[in-house]
Design a protein around this ligand. Structure first.
Ligand SMILES: [Zn+2]
Length: 453
C-alpha cells in the first residue's frame, strides 16, 4: 500500500486532486491547535510540507483548505523505540503465520516493512526509530542494509523512518536481559560500533550502552554524543555511581524505565542502583511503555511527578505481533512468547517477564491522557490530582511528540510541535473522555504535508 495522493477540499467544499507540489501547501481551518503553550482555536498554514503560520484566522486564498470543524490538531507522534509491527520485525524479518518462522529475504522484508510503516501512520506515528534486538551481528547488518535499500526505492517513507535505535547488542548482564537473548550480547568494541554506524549511513540515532560496561565505555559514549547519536542506558545492572559517570560522559536517556529491568538499590552503597540515578538526574529523560502493564499507571504518575513532564518520553516498544489478531504464541530467536488472553501484552512463556508490547502510539497517547485525568494514589507519592482534559492532552502531546523528537538529534525540522518551521507532521482527531477512558478518533494524518492516512 502506497501513500494516497493528496485530496484537498477547498473552502467551497470542492475536492481537487493535488498530486504535484500543491498538495503539500494548504490551510487547515477551525482546529483546536495543540501547541507547547496550550490549546487555541485557530487555523494552520502549511507551505511546501512545512508549518508556516498558526493564527486565529488565516485567509486561505487559492490554497486547498481543510475544514477541521473543531477537531484537535496535534503534532504527529514520535516513537523512538519500536521493534516492528503488523508481522514485521526489524531484526528478524517478516513472520509467516503458517510456519511460525521469520522470513528474511529482501522481498518479504520490504513487503513486511511497508505494512509496518503503514500501520504506524494509521495510528498517528509520523516518526519512528526502528529498533534492534540482541541478535547475530551479520543479521543486524543485513537488516540495516535492507532498510537503506527500501528507503532508496521508496523515498516517500524517508520522513517517517527517522532512523535506527540499537538496543540489545551491547547489553552485558544476563540478569537484566528481559526478553533479549544473552547469547547475542556482544563485547563493546569500537570496531563493532563503527561497523554499525557505517551500515546505518547516517541513520543511527540512539545506541544503548549500559553503564556497567565501565570506564572503557566513557570515551566511546563521548564520541557517539559528539556525532549526534543519543546514548541510552537500559537493561542495566549498573549501580548509581557508574550510571552517573556515564551521564557525565553524555548518556541522556533511560531505556524503558522500570522494565528490562534495571538495577534498583535503596541502599546507600555506590549511590544506590541505576534506577535511583535515573530518577535523580535532570540530564536523563526516561522512556515509558504506556500500555498499563509494563509500568502500572500509579507508577507512571509517580515518574511524571518526579521527572516532570519535560523529561518523560512515551514509547511503544512494539513487537511484530502488534496488529496480528490471530497470533497466540511464537518463537523469536529461541525465546518463547505468548499473547495475553486480553491481547493487550506479550509475555515470555513460563517466565514472569514481558516480551515487548502490542501497543500503538495512538493507544499509548490515549492511556497517558486518561491516567492524567484521573485522581489517583501513587506508589511513592500519596496523591496525584486530576488534570483537566485539555491540559492532559498538552502534557501527553509533549511526552508523545516533542520530548522524543529531542532525542533524535540534528534534525532541524523535527521538534514534534506545532511551530513555524517544523515539518508538517500532523494528526487531526477528536478526543473524548468517557468515564475513565479516553478515545482518540483519528480523522487525518499528514507526513511532511502529505496526506497519508
Ligand atoms: Zn528492551
Amino acid at each position: 500500500m502506497a501513500f494516497r495522493p493528496g485530496i484537498g477540499v477547498d473552502s467551497l467544499g470542492h475536492t481537487s486532486d493535488l498530486e504535484n507540489d500543491m498538495n503539500t501547501s494548504f490551510v487547515i481551518k477551525d482546529a483546536k491547535l495543540v501547541t507547547p503553550k496550550g490549546i487555541f482555536p485557530g487555523d494552520l498554514r502549511v507551505d511546501n510540507g512545512n508549518i508556516i503560520e498558526l493564527s486565529g484566522n488565516i485567509d486561505a486564498g487559492n490554497l486547498a483548505c481543510y475544514q477541521a470543524a473543531g477537531a484537535y490538531l496535534l503534532p504527529g507522534f514520535v516513537d523512538i523505540h519500536n521493534h516492528g509491527a503488523a508481522g514485521w520485525d526489524f531484526s528478524f524479518g517478516t513472520y509467516d503465520q503458517q510456519t511460525g518462522e521469520f522470513k528474511k529475504d529482501k522481498t518479504s522484508f520490504f513487503a513486511g516493512l511497508e505494512n509496518a510503516l503503514q500501520q504506524y501512520l494509521n495510528s498517528g506515528c509520523t516518526s519512528v526509530l526502528l529498533t534492534t534486538m540482541a541478535a547475530p551481528l551479520e543479521g543486524l547488518l543485513e537488516s540495516i542494509e535492507y532498510l537503506n535499500g527500501f528507503l532508496d526505492e521508496n523515498p516517500e517513507y524517508e520522513n517517517l523512518v527517522a532512523g535506527i535505535n540499537i538496543e540489545g547488542t551491547f547489553l552485558k548482564d544476563p540478569q537484566f536481559a528481559g526478553a533479549q537473548n544473552p547469547d547475542y550480547f556482544l563485547e563493546l568494541k569500537s570496531e563493532t560500533i563503527e561497523a554499525l554506524i557505517d551500515a546505518c549511513q547516517g541513520r543511527l540515532r540512539i545506541m544503548n550502552i549500559p553503564p556497567e560496561q565501565g570506564p572503557a565505555a566513557l570515551p566511546l559514549i563521548e564520541n557517539l554524543v559528539d556525532r549526534n547519536i543519543t546514548v541510552a542506558g537500559g537493561h542495566t545492572g549498573s549501580y548509581a555511581d557508574q550510571f552517573v559517570d556515564a551521564v557525565s560522559a553524555g548518556l541522556s536517556l533511560a531505556v524503558h524505565f522500570l522494565n528490562g529491568p534495571s538495577r534498583s538499590s535503596t541502599k546507600s552503597f555506590q549511590g544506590g542502583g541505576a534506577e535511583e540515578a535515573i530518577l535523580r538526574s535532570d540530564d536523563v529523560l526516561v522512556e515509558i511503555i504506556a500500555d498499563g502493564y509494563h509500568v502500572g499507571r500509579d507508577h507512571v504518575r509517580d515518574i511524571i511527578a518526579r521527572k516532570e513532564d519535560s523529561r518523560v518520553v512515551i514509547i511503544t516498544d512494539s513487537m511484530f505481533a502488534t496488529g496480528l489478531n490471530d497470533l497466540r504464541s511464537f518463537t523469536l530467536l529461541g525465546l518463547h512468547g505468548e499473547v495475553s488472553d486480553n491481547r493487550e501484552y506479550l509475555r515470555q512463556v513460563g517466565k514472569d517477564s514481558l516480551f515487548g508490547s502490542v501497543l500503538t502510539m495512538q493507544k499509548a497517547f490515549e492511556n497517558t491522557v486518561s491516567w492524567l485525568t484521573i485522581e489517583m494514589t501513587g506508589v511513592w507519592q500519596r496523591q496525584h490530582d486530576q488534570v483537566d482534559l485539555e491540559s492532559a492532552i498538552c502534557i501527553a502531546s509533549k511526552m508523545c511528540s516533542a520530548n522524543p523528537s529531542g532525542m533524535i538529534r540534528g534534525q532541524e525540522k523535527l521538534h514534534g510541535q506545532l511551530i513555524p518551521g517544523d515539518q508538517a507532521n500532523l494528526i487531526l482527531a477528536s478526543i473524548d473522555k468517557q468515564d475513565e477512558s479516553v478515545q482518540m478518533d483519528i480523522k487525518q494524518v499528514w507526513l511532511g504535508g502529505r496526506e497519508v492516512s
